[in-house]
Design a protein around this ligand. Structure first.
Ligand SMILES: C[S@@+](CC[C@H](N)C(=O)[O-])C[C@H]1O[C@@H](n2cnc3c(N)ncnc32)[C@H](O)[C@@H]1O
Length: 246
C-alpha cells in the first residue's frame, strides 16, 4: 500500500468523508470496504472539466453527474427525446444538453419540467425533514435558467406544476428521463407518465431513490410503481437508481 492509500484508509477508518486527494485520483476507496479501490472517472481531469461548467448551478456531486453523463451518451442512440423533471438552477439540464452537443446528437429535444419558483406543497406522504419543504429551491427563476441554457436551442421549457405541464408532450417518446423532484406524489406522476412513453432500452434515472431522508417518499413511490412491472429499479452506490425499459 502506498502512502496516499494509507492516508485514505486511515481517514476512512476514522469515518471522515475524504475519498480523494490531489487532482487526479483515478481509483478511490469504496466504503465500507477497506483497501478496496475502484475506478472513479468522475475525478479525472476530463470529467472535472465538464463538471466545472455546472458550478453554482447544481446540487449534484460529480459522481452522480457522471452517471447522468454516461447514460445520456448511451441513450443518444435510441429513438425519442430526453427529459428532466426537477431542474432548479439548470445544472443537470446543462449537463444533459452539453452531452448531446459534444456527442454530435442533433435529432433530439430536451424537455425541462419545473415550477422554477421552488418546491410545491408537501403532502402527508412527504415526511417533514430538513431536506425538503414548501418553497425550498425558490432562489431560481425561469429567466435565469433560460439564460444559462441559451446555447442549446433544442431545450424546451415547461414551467409549472407536474403533472399538469406534461400535457404538451402527451404524444412524445422518450429515450432518457432524469427525475430529481424529491416528492412522493411527483415521483408517482413521473413514473405514470414516462414509463409508457419510454423507448425500449430507454433509461430513467431517479436521483433521490437511495438518500436516507427520501426513503418514505422517492424510494417508496418508485418501488410501488415498479412492483408489478418487469423492470427492476437498480440502486447505485451514488444514491441514484436506474430503470431500463424492457
Ligand atoms: C433538488 S431540485 C433539482 C436539482 C437539479 N436537478 C440540480 O441539478 O441541482 C428539485 C426541483 O424539483 C422541483 N419540483 C418538485 N416537485 C415539483 C412539481 N410537482 N412540479 C414542478 N416542479 C417540481 C422543484 O421546484 C425543484 O426545483
Amino acid at each position: 500500500m502506498n502512502y496516499e492509500s494509507m492516508v485514505l484508509a486511515m481517514f476512512h477508518r476514522l469515518g471522515w468523508g475524504v475519498y480523494r486527494i490531489g487532482s487526479k485520483q483515478e481509483y478511490t476507496i469504496c466504503p465500507p470496504y477497506d483497501n478496496y479501490y475502484t475506478y472513479s472517472p468522475w475525478f479525472e481531469d476530463w470529467f472535472q472539466k465538464i463538471y466545472s461548467k455546472l458550478t453554482g448551478h447544481t446540487l449534484l456531486e460529480e459522481h452522480r453527474c457522471y452517471v447522468i453523463y454516461e447514460f445520456c451518451r448511451h441513450c443518444s442512440h435510441l429513438e425519442g427525446d430526453f427529459a428532466e423533471c426537477g431542474v432548479y438552477k439548470g445544472g443537470s439540464a446543462f449537463l444533459i444538453s452539453d452531452t448531446l452537443v459534444s456527442n454530435h446528437v442533433n435529432d433530439k429535444q430536451v424537455h425541462l419540467f419545473d415550477t422554477f419558483t421552488g418546491m410545491p406543497e408537501m403532502t402527508k406522504q412527504d415526511p417533514a425533514s430538513n431536506a425538503v419543504w414548501e418553497g425550498r429551491f425558490g432562489d431560481t427563476s425561469l429567466n435565469s435558467v433560460k439564460e444559462y441554457l441559451q446555447s442549446f436551442p433544442f431545450v424546451v421549457f415547461h414551467p409549472g406544476l407536474i403533472p399538469e405541464t406534461f400535457e404538451p408532450v402527451r404524444d412524445g417518446k422518450f429515450a432518457f428521463v432524469h427525475i430529481d423532484i424529491d416528492l412522493y406524489q411527483t415521483h408517482k406522476d413521473c413514473c405514470n407518465f414516462f414509463y409508457e412513453r419510454l423507448t425500449k432500452g430507454g433509461i430513467m434515472v431517479f436521483d433521490d431513490y437511495g438518500r436516507d431522508f427520501f426513503k418514505a417518499s422517492a424510494k417508496k413511490a418508485v418501488d410501488e410503481f415498479f412492483d408489478d412491472k418487469p423492470e427492476v429499479p437498480i440502486a447505485l452506490h451514488t444514491g441514484q437508481c436506474i430503470v431500463i425499459k424492457i
